[in-house]
Design a protein around this ligand. Structure first.
Ligand SMILES: Cc1cc2nc3c(=O)[nH]c(=O)nc-3n(C[C@H](O)[C@H](O)[C@H](O)COP(=O)(O)OP(=O)(O)OC[C@H]3O[C@@H](n4cnc5c(N)ncnc54)[C@H](O)[C@@H]3O)c2cc1C
Length: 376
């Protein structure tokens, strides 16, 4: 039975690893991604603030050596979910079980003025470009702003605002600068009132202006203002943008999406097509778009596929739980434990922030690299 996994991000890597661990050489799994390497989402913050080199954050797919797994670097051009046939630039793949883990694409061009006058930091290229911009920044009005919903890793803009404050402080630029945060949420982390309170206190302490329930709709580089969705204007010298997110076009063309994203059964990750699963950011499963959730969903899909391969009835179901790390500074991290389960109100608790949790976050990343790529 051939398993084809589309996308080697958090979801695809976890799924391929689990099935390889269980079936070894008996597995026939093809993992497809257009990229040559994986970069953790959170590493983009390390990159933009100049904390890490390109080599340190890049994990090459060519290094994957998992029994039963073949990595194919190629762009996926077409998917037929009814026949489970996938056309890539290099091969046509016929699957018995298909897993879609293609994540979310970004569309900065959808916001007028963003490409010319703003700086997105959500792609690897964008984060490296921001690094150069920050190296030459002499201070001014910095806005970290979200442009549409949903968006990946809802805590990331808050972390960016805090780290931007520290960056300006360390360069002696605070006296001539102001950091503002524009978010579509009423509080920074809605499922955890505790985390939201601590973050709002921290914004106030560091003098970061907080604009809740807003989106940035337009960038006017000439006048140096951002127009918000409610029509208000915000002066801005440096716009660090979270661009609009979209399901990859190949999923829309395949007829897999509804209302922008792939609907799945929230307990099983099964799409409406038999033998086709979808996990992670490409879905509308009801959890935030974050790696920890993609990973948890992939674990359930892997368990269910494993049962199919063994000829048993799948029983594993998804609980909507995820542990998120919240960077208050380079030596201060909090851990937020959140659960989004269908039909229930999301809830969460927070630990920290503390120096010790900085090491926990590092361990979170290094343990994934070691499991997914077989490297220490
Ligand atoms: C700044 C930032 C900070 C973040 N911090 C965190 C954090 O601390 N914790 C956390 O859990 N999450 C975090 N995230 C979010 C996290 O990175 C994503 O939610 C997660 O990667 C989603 O996993 P996924 O498997 O659904 O998709 P992805 O990891 O995005 O993987 C999708 C893969 O599909 C491939 N692909 C797409 N289209 C095609 C195609 N047509 N052909 C071939 N390949 C294709 C892509 O190359 C990609 O490798 C952060 C994100 C950002 C931007």
């Amino acid at each position: 039975m051939r398993v084809v996994v589309l996308g080697a991000g958090f979801g695809g890597l976890e799924l391929a690893t689990r099935l390889s661990e269980e079936f070894g050489e008996d597995l026939d799994l093809v993992l497809v991604d257009r990229s040559a390497a994986f970069v953790f989402g959170f590493a983009k913050l390390d990159v933009m603030f100049g904390r890490e080199t390109q080599d340190a954050v890049t994990h090459r797919y060519a290094d994957i050596a998992k029994p039963g797994v073949r990595f194919l670097q190629s762009t996926i051009r077409a998917i037929d979910p009814a026949t489970k046939r996938v056309t890539t630039d290099d091969e046509v793949l016929e699957a018995d079980v298909l897993v879609v883990a293609l994540g979310a694409d970004l569309d900065p061009a959808a916001i007028p003025g963003l490409v010319d006058y703003g700086h997105e930091f959500y792609t690897v290229a964008g984060a490296f470009a921001v690094r150069e911009v920050l190296a030459n920044f002499g201070g001014g009005r910095v806005v970290v702003g979200v442009t549409s919903t949903p968006f990946k890793c809802p805590p990331a803009p808050s972390e960016t605002a805090l780290l931007m404050h520290d960056f300006l402080r360390d360069r002696g630029l605070l006296h001539s600068s102001q950091v503002s945060l524009v978010m579509p949420l009423g509080v920074p982390i809605p499922p955890s009132p505790e985390a939201s309170t601590v973050l709002l206190e921290e914004f106030a302490r560091r003098g970061i202006d907080w604009y809740p329930d807003r989106l940035v709709r337009e960038v006017d580089g000439g006048r140096k203002v951002l127009t918000l969705a409610d029509g208000d204007e915000l002066p801005c010298d440096l716009f660090l943008a979270v661009p609009p997110h979209r399901a990859p076009q190949v999923l829309v063309d395949a007829g897999l999406t509804d209302n922008g994203w792939i609907p799945v059964d929230p307990l099983t990750m099964q799409t409406s097509y038999p033998g086709v699963f979808a996990v992670g950011d490409a879905t509308s499963v009801g959890t935030p778009k974050a790696g920890v959730f993609a990973e948890g969903q992939a674990a359930v899909a892997a368990d269910r596929i494993a049962a199919l391969l063994r000829g048993e009835e799948p029983t594993s179901t998804y609980d909507g739980r995820g542990l998120c790390w919240l960077q208050f500074g380079w030596d201060s991290v909090a851990k937020v434990d959140v659960t989004f389960s269908a039909g229930d109100r999301p809830f969460g608790t927070m630990q920290g922030p503390s120096v010790e949790l900085t090491r926990d976050k590092q361990e979170f990343g290094s343990s994934r690299v070691s499991r997914w790529f077989g490297q220490p």
